[in-house]
Design a binder for this molecule. Structure first.
Ligand code: GLA
Ligand code: ZN
Length: 654
């Protein structure tokens, strides 16, 4: 059965309330209670003095009520004594100064002192709780980002990382192209994290920055392995995960999750939907992205349970149906466990207006009733967790591309994520499941592979893409591909899309980075679409034009091409379009490849399917604030705002 959980902070409430809270959760049908991820101060009130009595009581109470705990390691937020007595545990910011304590997440993941204290508290927890039947799983730390810390320990570790990678400064300088602006490094000690509050990262050497981003991501992954190792010493079978989020500094999720058992995410879809019909707001992409971390079903460790506050002014209330609909949207993309943030809204601390299920009034409310309804609905589909998403379409993602593009803006408004989201959005709107895959993953079994902006050329991806098309598949590649080598330098003497030129059968003669300006293109079918951001002026070298520009000095030049390659095809998109362009293009690509799709879905309606030995469940989600009515195979389907309908096989609506 899909598990529903609650995020609970017993340390925030008087003990006299625990029993009743836990009774109510159990009565709702809650399976797991996620606790303790910020409670280091209660576990170790003074250095070396541990107090787990309160936690034992909470764990026992939860277990007696028939639920299990997801136990957090509390290392995101150390006790005040840790930072005052050991300031070298603090994270340093981009100004090169220690972050002040008082908030959270201000610890340095690399600092040997922090590792010593974090290691000890994790070990104390593991000693006490690892292997116990009450513990369903472990959550490491909280919402870890890539470790962008400028402290002396990180600076040293960055130098060591580079020394290991390059061996000599000569090799490093060559890889970084240090002759520009006299950037030659003549001593390892000159190297430091290049972060500055005063200037844009675009002003630094992108090759240097790429290695820095790689180092930061590797530090986070190393910290995950460090905590995992401690818990596994006490329970090799422990189920360990961490709750990911998409902050400013993304880690390399595939690397980070490699030692973990299951991927997990904190799912906060928008409470206010944008009015602009071109906005990409759906959380469907994030959910498929999380599934990609381990290429299997995942968990939500924080699911939107109420209006947000603290990190923003208080948001509008949740619309009727939103709590349940958004939760089921996660299930529709492969979530097998959803833990709601949080049981009751805190009455103290920074997040006192970041609402949980219950309000400060502590009275049953509309959100609690929706949660209860969700529990009943999922109980009625007990084999749903035995199903998975099967996709005929794959999309490649790599942290390398993210890192390289983040510090090297190509055009105003141009972003790697937007490229992925535009392609993904069209798939959702055609009812097509998408698997997001790390570069190098096998492409067997897929009919179409989408490759958004492959900026840093990975020769293995080029080889795979060629083999895939040659064998009959379709590759869809977007602009700014094949631009750079693995060091992050541009490649001399090639026309773009570089290593993909043969596959695509076209080359870029010139490009026009139009930023936020708009113009139009016309497809071979005569449809026109608005485009923005970037225009590659393409020359055909075997490919045929699929769309041409309508304006500027290159009017009539190809903007999108289609090349027959072996038994398959390669499409190259030299521009960035409005949503409708991707829908039109992918409809044709999918038709050509015989991908199963639903062409009649209105904008904002998303359809995915999960199947298993017991059959297929199809999820129809209305991710808009308007009522939607459409027909599939003669059957009329109506969806209220945020409503999710689930259909079993060809028959019953659930
Ligand atoms: C994040 C954190 C939580 C809480 C929520 C609410 O996801 O992990 O501790 O702060 O946000 O905004
Ligand atoms: Zn540091």
């Amino acid at each position: 059965m899909i598990k529903i959980g609650i995020d609970y902070y017993p340390e925030h409430w008087d003990k006299s309330m625990w029993q009743e809270d836990i009774r109510q959760m159990a009565a709702l049908g809650i399976h797991t209670v996620r606790i303790a991820e910020f409670a280091w101060g209660r576990m170790e009130p003074e250095e070396g003095r541990f107090d787990f009595g309160w936690l034992d009581e909470a764990v026992d109470m939860i277990a007696r009520a028939g639920m299990k705990v997801i136990l957090g390691t509390p290392t995101n937020s150390g006790p005040v004594w840790l930072y005052t007595d050991h300031p070298d545990t603090l994270q340093w910011d981009r100004t090169g100064k220690p972050t002040d304590f008082g908030i959270r997440g201000h610890r340095c993941l690399v600092s040997p002192t922090f590792r010593r204290y974090a290691g000890r508290i994790v070990e104390e927890l593991a000693k006490r709780y690892a292997g116990r039947p009450e513990v369903f799983a472990w959550q490491l730390d909280n919402e870890m980002e890539s470790n962008h810390c400028t402290c002396p320990a990180c600076t040293r570790a960055f130098r060591d990382y580079l020394q290991k990678k390059y061996g000599t400064l000569e090799r490093l300088n060559r890889a970084w192209g240090s002759d520009v602006w006299s950037g030659q490094i003549s001593h390892w000690d000159q190297i430091k994290p290049l972060l500055s509050p005063d200037c844009s990262p675009n002003w630094f050497n992108p090759a240097y920055m790429l290695d820095y981003e790689r180092f930061c991501a590797a530090s986070t992954a190393d910290y995950v392995r460090f905590q995992c190792g401690i818990i596994r010493r006490y329970d090799p079978e422990a189920v360990i995960t961490t709750n990911s989020c998409f902050g400013a500094n993304l880690p390399d999720f595939h690397q980070e999750f490699a030692p973990l058992n299951v991927a997990a995410y904190d799912n906060y879809p928008p409470l206010v939907l944008p009015k602009d019909p071109e906005a990409l707001y759906s959380n469907a992409f994030a959910l498929d992205f999380i599934r990609s971390f381990k290429q299997r079903n995942f968990w939500i460790l924080e699911q939107l349970g109420g209006p947000m506050g603290c990190w923003s002014p208080i948001t509008p209330a949740m619309e009727p149906g939103m709590l349940e609909g958004y939760a089921l949207q996660a299930v529709a993309h492969g979530a097998d466990l959803l833990s709601f943030f949080r049981w009751r809204t805190s009455i103290s601390g920074a997040e006192m207006f970041c609402h949980g299920i219950l309000d400060h009034s502590n009275q049953p409310n509309r959100r609690l009733r929706e949660l209860a309804h969700l529990c009943r609905r999922l109980e009625a589909i007990p084999d749903l967790d035995q199903t998975t998403l099967n996709s005929q379409v794959a999309m490649l993602y790599s942290a390398e591309q993210e890192f390289a593009l983040k510090n090297s803006t190509q055009s105003k408004g141009f972003a790697y994520w937007t490229q992925m989201r535009l392609l993904h959005d069209a798939c959702m709107n055609l009812g097509v499941n998408v698997d997001i895959l790390p570069e190098g993953h096998s492409l067997d079994g897929y009919k179409v592979v989408l490759i958004p902006t492959h900026f840093i050329t990975n020769p293995e991806v080029v080889r795979q893409a060629e083999a895939f098309a040659a064998a009959g598949g379709t590759v869809v590649l977007t602009n700014r591909s094949g631009v750079k080598d693995q060091n992050g330098n541009c490649i001399l003497g090639q026309s773009l899309p570089g290593a993909f030129r043969t596959l695509c059968g076209c080359s870029v003669q010139e490009y026009d980075a139009i930023g936020e300006a708009n113009q139009r293109l016309r497809t071979i079918h005569g449809e026109t679409h608005s485009i923005t951001s970037w225009c590659d002026i393409l020359e055909l070298e075997g490919a045929k034009a699929w769309a041409t520009y309508e304006g500027r000095f290159y009017q009539g030049s190809p903007a999108i091409t289609r090349n027959r390659y072996g038994k398959g095809y390669a499409y190259y998109l030299g521009t960035v379009g409005e949503k409708g362009l991707y829908r039109t293009l992918l409809t044709e690509v999918f038709r050509e490849q015989g991908v199963d799709m639903l062409e009649m879905l209105p904008q904002g309606v998303e359809v995915t399917a999960r199947s298993g030995s017991g059959g297929t469940y199809r999820f129809y989600f209305n991710n808009t604030t308007a009522r939607k009515i459409f027909r599939i195979n003669g059957e009329s389907i109506a969806l209220a705002p945020f409503e999710m309908k689930i259909k079993q096989g060809e028959g019953q609506w659930l």
